[in-house]
Write a protein that binds this ligand. Structure first.
Ligand code: EPZ
Length: 430
């Protein structure tokens, strides 16, 4: 078991390179199951969630060749198995994309119910509703979900999502890519990674229009062929480092980003007094004055992302005045607040609302990461806090941040990994 030790209170200066987007990668890799041929995929982040998805593909019979650190050739031509086992599937939420892809390819699938970060109830009823409307008979029993289709193929139809769901939008797109006829997804999610998955599928021969708007049309094709694809930069990783500079101060060039994807984060940080300059594929983030208070409401894209909520709260803890944060996506995403209080933060939570009274400074303490983004926010808070912050359970953070310690050390942060041989290795549930 490892921990991060941070000696905080020092501004950050230098450059950080952003990796490929986790939430695009964990969908694009399973999407290769739909393709007969070699998919060369570039800019794959080296994170543990990606390793889990690759383990699932390997178990299903995919031929995976590492080309270099962030590039792989994935060939699912010889996949024989449409059943994925419990042990890996339960560890990762995105395993539901394996279900959608297998169902699209074979017309039947059986997988263990997905796991993932615990933010309260995480239903998949909209995924099920979509596949049922496309003719699948779905059965959820004994921790497994299975589906079969009478004609051995899903059939296109019109599906209206009752909630804007990233997972359901992508999953239905996956299944629909090789369905019979046209599928229309209404009230679709518009996140950058939804568009990235559609672009990947189209470059492998799918016929998808409208990704990035709230109506997506997918004309099913009989076959998909191999090709090349490069995953977009990670919006949330970039946003996390932007908040690190906002909290700790300094000036950092955040490179390899799509500034348009960061607009919702940039606008909020600017409102808080952070200076941000957009370049073609980078942003310069500078903060040398006190932070102002701000209110934040998380919403589906292009709103402020829920996956940046804990990190912006870390900054608001140090802003002048009281801020109100409203969590608009998940029921229970403030479980980290008690850990922040150990650092001296003044936060009150009532349901989906948090009121943050800014304090002069945070003080380092031992704290524990409880999920991926909360863990990242603890790093942000630790970088700003005076004294030493020791973060436990960092395996949560390593699910989604490639080389976080190395990247932060590159901008002058005093952060290191320490190993605790006595502690038992925790089961990973990403
Ligand atoms: C994706 O989760 C991301 N995960 C999450 O990021 C992110 O927080 C979330 O989208 C929202 O942006 C991946 O992409 C792997 P949803 P997902 O379906 O797809 C409700 C991170 O830290 N809902 O968009 O599971 C649901 O309860 C992770 O990187 C239903 O009611 O989220 C929630 O309130 C954590 N029925 C809302 O919709 C459904 O069938 C949005 O969920 C599906 C969802």
């Amino acid at each position: 078991m490892t921990k991060y030790m941070i000696h905080g209170g020092k501004p950050l200066y230098g450059e950080i390179d952003i990796s490929g987007a986790k939430n695009a990668a964990v969908a694009i890799l399973p999407a290769a199951l739909l393709v007969n041929g070699v998919c060369r995929i570039e800019n794959i982040p080296q994170i543990s969630d990606v390793s889990l998805v690759l383990d699932i593909l390997h178990e299903l019979g995919a031929d995976i060749r590492v080309v270099n650190r962030n590039t792989m050739d994935i060939d699912c031509s010889r996949i024989h198995n449409s059943r994925a086992s419990y042990d890996i599937m339960r560890k990762i939420r995105a395993s539901y994309y394996v279900f959608g892809s297998l169902l699209g390819r074979f017309g039947n699938a059986e997988v263990a119910m997905p796991g993932g970060c615990d933010f309260g109830v995480r239903p998949i009823d909209q995924h099920i509703k979509g596949f049922a409307a496309m003719g699948a008979n779905i059965n959820v029993q004994g921790g497994f979900i299975s589906a079969s289709t009478p004609e051995g193929r899903l059939t296109g139809t019109q599906i209206y999502l009752d909630v804007v769901s990233v997972g359901a939008t992508i999953n239905i797109m996956l299944g629909a890519s090789r369905a019979k006829g046209m599928t229309i997804i209404e009230n679709a999610a518009k996140e950058p990674h939804v568009v990235d998955v559609a672009n990947f599928l189209n470059s492998m021969g799918a016929d998808i229009m409208g990704a990035g708007t709230d109506v997506i049309k997918v004309r099913g094709v009989d076959q998909m062929r191999g090709g090349f694809y490069s995953i977009i930069p990670d919006q949330i990783e970039a946003g996390t480092y932007m908040t690190a500079v906002a909290a700790a101060g300094g000036e950092v060039l955040v490179k390899n980003v799509i500034p348009k994807h960061l607009e919702c984060i940039t606008a909020k940080l600017e409102e808080m007094g952070v200076e941000i300059k957009e370049l073609d594929d980078a942003v310069i983030v500078r903060r040398d004055k006190p932070l102002h208070r701000a209110n934040v409401k998380t919403m589906p894209y292009p709103g402020f992302p829920t996956d940046m909520q804990p990190q912006i709260v870390a900054c608001l803890c140090l802003a002048q005045g009281a801020s109100v944060v409203t969590e608009g996506v998940w029921d229970n995403r403030y479980r980290y607040v008690d850990e922040f209080k150990r650092l001296g933060a003044d936060i009150r939570v009532d349901g989906k609302i948090a009121v943050i009274e800014g304090v002069d400074h945070l003080t380092g303490a031992p704290i524990r990461a409880c999920d991926l983004r909360a863990g990242a926010a603890m790093v942000v808070a630790g970088l700003a806090a005076t004294g030493t912050t020791e973060i436990d359970c960092v395996y949560h953070i390593e699910r989604g941040y490639e080389d976080i310690v190395k990247k932060l050390r590159g901008v002058g942060a005093d952060i290191s990994v320490i190993s605790c041989p006595d502690a038992a290795e925790k089961q990973q549930v990403g």
